[in-house]
Design a protein around this ligand. Structure first.
Ligand code: NAD
Length: 317
């Protein structure tokens, strides 16, 4: 496993890291003991960064992750969770909720300190509230030593500079972007120099586009337009026809971008996490990569958007 610095946080994170949303049964019904073994396998393979949220499986992912972390030395993992999103369409970015949310997450996770606390999906928030209320509440928790670092997450890319440019340097230490640096969409690239200049660490999530670039395909709730689903399927089928695993290419594509500190992949299967870590370390078949990128060209940088109208990116669907 290789490690990269996460912005100016002083943390060195594994280039492939563990996204715990599948522990909440977000993609399929999962077996908790298998999920717990997946977390242990990830740590044993050198993954040191784990991301979760109270939102995933309506607190279930945090609870199962907490069980997995029982008895694991606290310095073996860097733990990130989130505040602000609690159910479908249920958001509360108030300062009061931030404080109770942290306490509840710590109780479920069985820890008394969170390394990185992130505002979850700020495109659904009034960004004035994020700047004037939520982030100051997080800064107070950081000053009090309850959390180590502060981040923001979202799908539309425009929300990141919209907040970072309005706060003092060092308030926002990381961003988490998802589905914007994968085989069919590399729009996140356009902001990497900006994040570097601002000293903000970049976390990239969902290298398979939340299942688009997998054999199983997307879950029912997935917001991708039909053209993206069909376009991705062509690439999945091509890889199968030549005996290749598209997930391998998807992971290699993401972890080979040096401007991204870490890429979060989600799975509740120990076999899949083992495969994924191995993929991250293997050389890229550049001929196959070129062929698959070519196949995906018709849907290049097509994606979905969401959030309040003023926070949405212009998107090609
Ligand atoms: P992902 O692209 O990592 O895809 C997960 C899907 O891929 C699951 O269905 C999983 O079973 C499958 N998969 C993983 N490895 C596989 C393999 N080797 N073979 C076949 N299938 C495989 O998407 P994700 O889980 O949504 O993203 C990763 C993590 O990033 C999440 O768990 C979460 O922690 C984080 N995330 C955060 C946000 C946010 O903060 N807004 C949004 C998306 C994701």
């Amino acid at each position: 496993m290789h490690y990269r610095p996460l912005g100016q946080t002083g943390l060195n994170v594994s280039i492939l890291s563990y996204g715990a949303s599948p522990l909440g049964g977000v993609f399929r019904q999962t077996d908790d003991s298998e999920g717990i073994r997946t977390v242990h396998a990830a740590l044993d393979l050198g993954i040191n960064f784990i991301d979760v949220s109270p939102y995933y499986g309506a607190t279930k992912a945090e609870a199962v992750l907490g069980q997995a972390l029982q008895g694991v030395r606290r310095d073996r993992y860097i733990l990130a969770t989130k505040v602000g999103q609690y159910g479908d369409g249920q958001f509360d970015f108030s300062a009061a909720r931030v404080a109770t949310s942290l306490d509840e997450s710590c109780a479920r996770l069985g820890v008394d300190y969170i390394d990185l606390l992130q505002c979850h999906d700020i495109e659904f928030a009034d960004l004035n509230q994020i700047v004037d209320e939520t982030l100051p509440a997080l800064v107070r928790l950081r000053q009090a030593g309850r959390i180590g670092h502060i981040g923001i997450t979202g799908l539309p890319l425009k929300v990141f500079p919209a907040v970072i440019d309005r706060v003092e340097p060092g308030v926002v230490e990381t961003i988490l972007s998802f589905c914007r640096y994968e085989l069919n969409d590399s729009a996140l690239e356009s902001l990497l120099a900006y994040f570097e200049q601002k000293g903000v660490g970049v976390i990239n999530a969902s290298p398979t586009g939340m299942g688009l670039l997998t054999e199983r395909g997307v879950p029912g709730w997935h917001p991708a337009p039909q053209a993206m689903i069909e376009g991705s399927r062509r690439a999945v089928e091509y890889c199968r026809s030549v005996g290749a695993d598209i997930v391998k290419l998807a992971i290699q594509f993401a972890v080979s971008q040096p401007g991204i500190a870490t890429t979060l992949v989600g799975t509740a299967s120990p076999d899949n996490i083992r495969k994924n870590v191995a993929y991250a370390g293997e050389p890229i078949d550049s001929e196959l990569m070129a062929r698959v990128l070519e196949l995906l060209r018709p849907i290049k940088n097509h994606n979905f958007t969401r959030g309040r109208p003023e926070n949405r990116d212009p998107i090609v669907a």
